[in-house]
Design a binder for this molecule. Structure first.
Ligand code: MG
Length: 254
């Protein structure tokens, strides 16, 4: 019998009719507590991380965009990105190309907020399309999927053309939305063979939409996905020709 509560233990002792029985119970409890220690682990002690207030990054996060500038980013075509920064947000400048972080990453926890245009234009894949590419290659789709039918493995929060989201948690056009992403990089051996595919878990506006989804390779528009050997790589945001905005972007290395 495992007695965890001291009150229950005291009551049990009280109910024992003899002093000897009470002593036996006390001895048994001491023995139980000693045995319980066998499965306690005190090391390693987790590092202290101060959580962010009101959606701000935690103390150990690498802040990639805090509303001021694009110092952490470059244009995919080289040079400084020409996406617009105003009112604490950065917005795709259509047809200027994708942007990449200067820093390269592997396994990460990523927080990113995005907003599709309030004025609805286009339909399907042409409405509020952008994308968050982990390691430049693996896209979690950004799309206005609020009452906007398209192929399900290409709607918001899909792993593009690979995994349909578990729910459509989209907010209306013009509203800020969040992705919280846990991404584990693929493990590829030095001879190029795949040891372990990448996996991704995604919360869209706090709703679980990808649950440790196994990524089959680069998320391509045409054809089957596949892996190529690569090391750590930048985070890439997609210019798909629509003025989608982003803010409050941070990562934690895992
Ligand atoms: Mg996209």
């Amino acid at each position: 019998m495992l007695i965890k509560s001291p009150i229950v233990a005291a009551l049990f002792v009280f109910l024992c009719s003899s002093a000897d029985a009470a002593q036996d119970v006390a001895l048994n409890l001491d023995e139980i507590h000693e045995r319980a220690k066998v499965t306690e682990r005190w090391q390693p002690e987790p590092e202290v991380v101060i959580p962010g207030e009101q959606g701000r990054p935690p103390s150990d996060a690498i802040v990639l965009f805090d509303g001021d500038d694009l110092d952490q980013w470059v244009a995919a075509s080289g040079g400084a990105p020409s996406w617009r920064v105003e009112d604490g947000a950065l917005t795709v400048l259509p047809r200027s190309g994708d942007i990449l972080t200067r820093e390269h990453f592997g396994d990460v926890q990523l927080h990113i907020e995005w907003r599709t245009p309030a004025e609805v234009k286009g339909e399907g894949q042409g409405r509020g399309n952008s994308g968050v590419f982990l390691m430049e290659r693996y896209e979690v789709q950004v799309l206005d999927s609020f009452d906007n039918p398209t192929y399900a493995n290409g709607q918001a929060a899909s792993v593009y053309k690979q995994h349909i989201p578990l729910a459509n948690a989209s907010r209306a056009p013009g509203q800020w939305q969040t992705y919280d992403i846990i991404f584990m990089a693929p493990r590829i051996s030095s001879n190029g063979s795949l040891l372990h595919p990448a996996t991704v878990t995604v919360l869209h506006n706090g709703v679980l939409v990808q649950n440790h989804a196994v990524i089959a390779g680069q998320t391509v528009y045409v054809g089957a996905p596949g892996y190529e050997a690569h090391g750590e790589a930048p985070l890439r945001l997609q210019d798909h020709g629509n003025p989608v905005s982003y803010r409050n972007i941070w990562v934690r290395r895992l």
